[in-house]
Design a protein around this ligand. Sequence first.
Ligand SMILES: NC(=O)c1ccc[n+]([C@@H]2O[C@H](COP(=O)([O-])OP(=O)(O)OC[C@H]3O[C@@H](n4cnc5c(N)ncnc54)[C@H](OP(=O)(O)O)[C@@H]3O)[C@@H](O)[C@H]2O)c1
Length: 333
Amino acid sequence: MLAVVAKSADPADPLAGLYVGDWPTPPTGGGLDGIDGGDDWTTVTVRAAALNQHDLWTLRGVGPGARRMPVVLGSDAAGVDKDGNEVIIHPVIGDPAAGHGDETLDPGRTLLGDEHDGTLAERVAVPRRNLVPKPAGLSFEQASCLPGAWLTAYRMLFARSGARPGDTVLVQGAGGGVSTALIALGSAAGYRIWVTGRSAERRERALRLGAEAVFPSGARLPERVDAVMETVGEATWAHSLRSVRPGGRVVVSGATTGAMPPADLAHVFFRQLTIVGSTLGTRDELLELAAFCTAHRLAPVVDRVLPLSRAREGFQALLDGSVFGKVVLTPPS
Ligand SMILES: NC(=O)c1ccc[n+]([C@@H]2O[C@H](COP(=O)([O-])OP(=O)(O)OC[C@H]3O[C@@H](n4cnc5c(N)ncnc54)[C@H](OP(=O)(O)O)[C@@H]3O)[C@@H](O)[C@H]2O)c1
């Protein structure tokens, strides 16, 4: 089958170790020998798979996927299971019981594309419990964005921020996969969504997505906000701490520009801020997200759809920062 594989890591040139070509197909019949869980696993024919910064981290040599190369990249996909059902794939492979009812807290959890081959392929093997019905109103391309960026945004806003409808929530970054999801989900849920963006064009698009107000990156806000959604990291961290009201929360799920900014502890304790980590979401939250999108007629923002064979071009766009929303790849049918 055709697959997109990380063969080696290079922090300075992540695309150097990218291979796009023929790769062994996961078995389809019976138990999947050689895969943890055997009969509890099944295969999905991938119809669309979204790219993530996670794939680039692996290609830079960061994370578990980098330790087991070669590995098929990709954690998000929509496709068709062996019974012909249209599904999306929950990317977290973990045991809820080991995480006090939350598989994202299982210390042994992994992500598709790390310990196990991922979704940037014609077919992927996954645990049966990770299959979730695809929302009928979404195309395969749109639905493939739900399990990663959109699930991360859903948990940040609705499980981790403590914010209520009517509260003001600042989203750092306008056009990221997670940012666009935060803007669309938050405005649909009745939050006042304020957004920082690096260009006038990206800020304008954030307004069209539902943001109430937009600001250049780092700009002083007219008032402090109840919560900040942070995925950018070092470039925006000081602004996030300055922008949240006393007693407010900063929810952090990513650090694209660096993970070690000055913590400014005096600011944290004096204003009694809460800093909350967040990672992906549970299978149940993915079901809730799918229902939320259906109820509010929301569809992920897809910047471009490329054939799987042109994966390198998609990753280059992600590296260039020119993407607004998600890049989606489609395998040959
Ligand atoms: N913990 C998890 O489960 C999880 C899940 C998904 C993603 N993540 C992480 O979250 C981060 C974002 O992911 P993504 O998919 O949204 O990435 P993305 O699509 O590449 O988006 C990058 C975002 O960062 C902003 N940005 C980049 N450099 C900036 C700078 N110097 N100053 C201000 N803003 C800057 C961009 O703002 P503009 O649009 O204004 O240019 C854009 O909104 C990544 O590090 C990813 O690994 C974590």
